[in-house]
Design a protein around this ligand. Structure first.
Ligand SMILES: Nc1ncnc2c1ncn2[C@@H]1O[C@H](COP(=O)(O)OP(=O)(O)OP(=O)(O)O)[C@@H](O)[C@H]1O
Length: 383
């Protein structure tokens, strides 16, 4: 860690540790809230972010079936947040894994990565339905789900780290020493539990995101847990009925910038820069999500027309709605999902193939179908 990068405005202090960790120092972040005042020139940026967020909330809330948006959003977030850390799964791999979650055969088996991405999605679902307040207990539970059954060293599901870690190679940022972690985690937990924090709720989401990353409490998975918590906090603290907004797409577009801005909070106390960047991301992500929602809604209406017109068969509508939640389906799973016999399910799938809604997924047993047009919108840019 570059000692000379840290100036008088740093948002914490350097303290000495064992010399082999990229220099002899780690960074001890000051407890929240920072002494930083929210600057006047960021008000328009904050207002725009909150406006777009509320627009998205209104549109999401008016959806007759919110799952048509929530599931693709959740999967996009799981894929992109994991991809930022080198854990790769395409949407197809994720959906196929979820249809058939077999154990990985070895540490090198790519199914390990698919499982980790599926775990991320599962952890998000868990967080969003958990009655626990946002705090360390919930954070540890989420980490345990994220690392559940994943092979590899230093995963320690649900456990705070007992060793020194560093970000980057050579170490660019070195978080607090393990022996003193609790000194940073306790005040962090107390701040999370405050009903009214220091700033606008949206601003506080990004202030706390920085703090969790600066403490880096786990030996692995800190980036993902931080972004998962961010989704949860935006939903819980900003009056949203559902998790409509995720930030990983924005951060992933320029990972370096995301990390650099956090680094400069540590070294110079550059909060305005970090918060302004995040708020712009909120407006951008909200706008993108609204557009995606419109495209999915239009496509669903078009499918209803294409297949059945006004005399829409309820059963086919049900299958179509299901495809918007997960655009992959195995005939064998349909009878239980919609309460029909196997021959009826087979004939319905044939109708959907004829109408161009479904296509057979090549080289896969048991026979599996996917909806290419839904796929193209929901997972745009991810294949
Ligand atoms: N200078 C920094 N200060 C604080 N946090 C940072 C900094 N640079 C990057 N980060 C955060 O650390 C994350 C990466 O941390 P690290 O490389 O230690 O991975 P990890 O703990 O193994 O977690 P994951 O596997 O989810 O990344 C980034 O995604 C970002 O959120």
């Amino acid at each position: 860690m570059q000692h000379s990068d840290f100036g008088p405005g740093a948002s914490g202090h350097l303290s000495e540790i064992a010399p082999f960790w990229g220099g002899a120092y780690c960074f001890d972040p000051d407890p929240l809230p920072p002494t930083w005042e929210f600057p006047a020139d960021l008000w328009p940026v904050l207002n725009e972010a909150n406006k777009q967020l509320m627009l998205l909330e209104g549109i999401g809330r008016s959806l007759p079936n919110p799952a048509i948006l929530l599931r693709p959003l959740r999967d996009r977030e799981a894929i992109l947040s994991s991809r930022m850390e080198g854990t790769m799964a395409t949407p197809r791999q994720l959906l196929l894994y979820e249809l058939d979650p077999r154990e990985a055969a070895s540490e090198e088996d790519p199914r390990n990565m698919h499982r980790e991405v599926a775990n991320y999605a599962r952890a998000l679902d868990y967080a969003l339905t958990s009655p626990l307040p946002t705090g360390l207990t919930l954070i540890r539970q989420l980490h345990a789900i994220l690392m559940d059954g994943v092979r590899g060293k230093n995963r320690d599901p649900g456990q705070f780290r007992r060793q020194q870690v560093a970000i980057g190679a050579p170490a660019r940022y070195v978080p607090p020493a393990p022996g003193r972690l609790q000194d940073f985690l306790d005040p962090f937990d107390a701040y999370l539990h405050l009903e009214r924090k220091r700033y606008d709720p949206l601003v506080d989401c990004f202030v706390t995101h920085y703090q969790l990353e600066a403490i880096h409490p786990f030996s692995d998975g800190n980036g993902r847990i931080g972004r998962l918590l961010l989704t949860l906090m935006i939903q819980r603290c900003c009056g949203m009925t559902q998790p409509w907004l995720h930030m990983s797409e924005y951060y992933e577009a320029d990972h370096q910038q995301y990390c650099d801005r956090m680094y400069r909070v540590s070294t110079e106390g550059a909060w305005s820069d970090w918060i302004g960047y995040c708020l712009k991301g909120v407006a951008q992500q909200a706008t993108k999500t609204i557009e995606r929602c419109d495209r999915l809604r239009t496509l669903r209406d078009e499918y209803y027309d294409r297949l059945t017109g006004k005399s829409a068969s309820l059963r086919l509508k049900q299958i179509i709605d299901g495809l918007f939640k997960a655009p992959m389906v195995a005939i064998a799973d349909l009878p239980e999902a919609i309460g029909v016999t196997y021959p009826t399910a087979k004939s319905d799938v044939a109708k959907l193939v004829k109408a161009g809604v479904l296509a057979e997924f090549p080289d896969h047993h048991p026979k599996t179908y996917y909806a290419p047009e839904i796929f193209a919108i929901a997972y745009e840019g991810l294949e």
